[in-house]
Design a protein around this ligand. Structure first.
Ligand SMILES: [Zn+2]
Ligand SMILES: [Zn+2]
Length: 307
């Protein structure tokens, strides 16, 4: 989620709620044009026997109908939903995939990282969380766990789960070796503040997550120097961010905050004061308000706050 602090002109348009683009034969990006102006990126990874849907956006439209349509899911594969973290703009469509007693018939699992179940289960306490319809979590993903994309384990096809606390305690990333893509939710994107709770712990956790992802990227790239560099698919803004460079820049940004070498900029987000630190195209924002303690915001958006 991005802070929607501007009083800019709200754009009127006739575009549909969900717009998709094929990033590769196995990977589809969906952008949701929501009334919160979050415009989250959802990703569909097409496996042999399942379709993984990363995040469900704000819940503005019939997401289930969209992702099970012939155009997006011609083989009618069951959908395995993974949520990058429990903010409203990533879980708003989850209810479509829940059914009586658990999952909808076309859903394999509805999964979250298990890093902080207590936090995840209290998603309604997060900003705008009270507006998210109820859903059932059916699977908790451990750090390092793989999501098998076919009938047999396959180290290239299968998706690795990496716990990446920082933006939220329950944030996860997914690594899809086949496409050399790292899906990072709200942990990274450019040009808008990456929100980190101002609690003295989350920045340290985030620093650890950056370091672990950098280790993963360096080790994967070292295995094959001829292969294309790994890129990040973010929850907003960026779907093709060179991973190693981005992680190194954000690592420098965190160090600059911690050693006091970067000046902070007073900004606003959601009408509240924000302490922001910038380095090149990246920025980290700390909320000054009590709201941040319970409900970090995700992405600062490009328009109005929800009315
Ligand atoms: Zn977000
Ligand atoms: Zn978020």
């Amino acid at each position: 989620m991005t802070s929607s602090d501007s009083e800019g002109v709200e754009l009127k348009h006739d575009r549909p709620t969900y717009v998709f683009s094929r990033l590769s034969p196995n990977l589809t990006k969906v952008v949701e044009y929501d009334s919160f102006t979050q415009y989250p990126f959802l990703y569909l990874i097409h496996g042999k026997d399942k379709l993984v849907l990363l995040d469900t956006g704000c819940g503005s439209g019939d997401l289930a109908g969209f992702v099970t349509s012939h155009e997006l899911n011609p083989r009618k594969l069951p959908v395995y939903v993974v949520c990058s973290h429990s903010h409203f703009d990533h879980i708003g469509g989850n209810w479509h995939f829940s059914g009586p007693g658990g999952k909808a018939s076309f859903c394999v699992e509805l999964a979250f990282g298990e890093g902080r179940r207590d936090y995840t289960e209290h998603w309604k306490a997060n900003i705008f969380g009270d507006q998210v319809k109820d859903f059932a979590i059916t699977k908790w993903l451990a750090d390092g766990e793989t999501i098998q994309m076919g009938p047999e384990p396959d180290t290239t096809e299968d998706i690795r789960v990496i716990h990446t606390p920082g933006h939220t305690p329950d944030e996860i990333a997914l690594y899809y070796a086949k496409e050399r893509r790292l899906f990072v939710g709200d942990s990274f994107y450019q040009w808008q503040p990456i929100f980190i709770p101002k609690d003295g712990e989350s920045l340290d956790a985030f620093k650890g997550s950056v370091s672990r992802l950098l280790t993963l990227v360096e080790s994967e790239e070292a295995k094959d120097s001829q292969a294309s560099p790994i890129v990040m698919c973010c929850g907003h803004v960026d779907d093709f961010l060179p991973a190693r460079t981005a992680l190194q820049q954000v690592e420098k940004l965190v160090s600059g905050i911690q050693d006091g070498s970067l000046p902070h900029i007073k900004n606003t987000a959601f009408g509240m004061q924000l302490d922001e630190y910038r380095l090149d195209s990246f920025s980290i924002g700390f909320m000054q308000d009590a709201l941040a303690e319970n409900s970090t915001c995700c992405y600062s958006g490009s328009g109005h706050t929800h009315q």
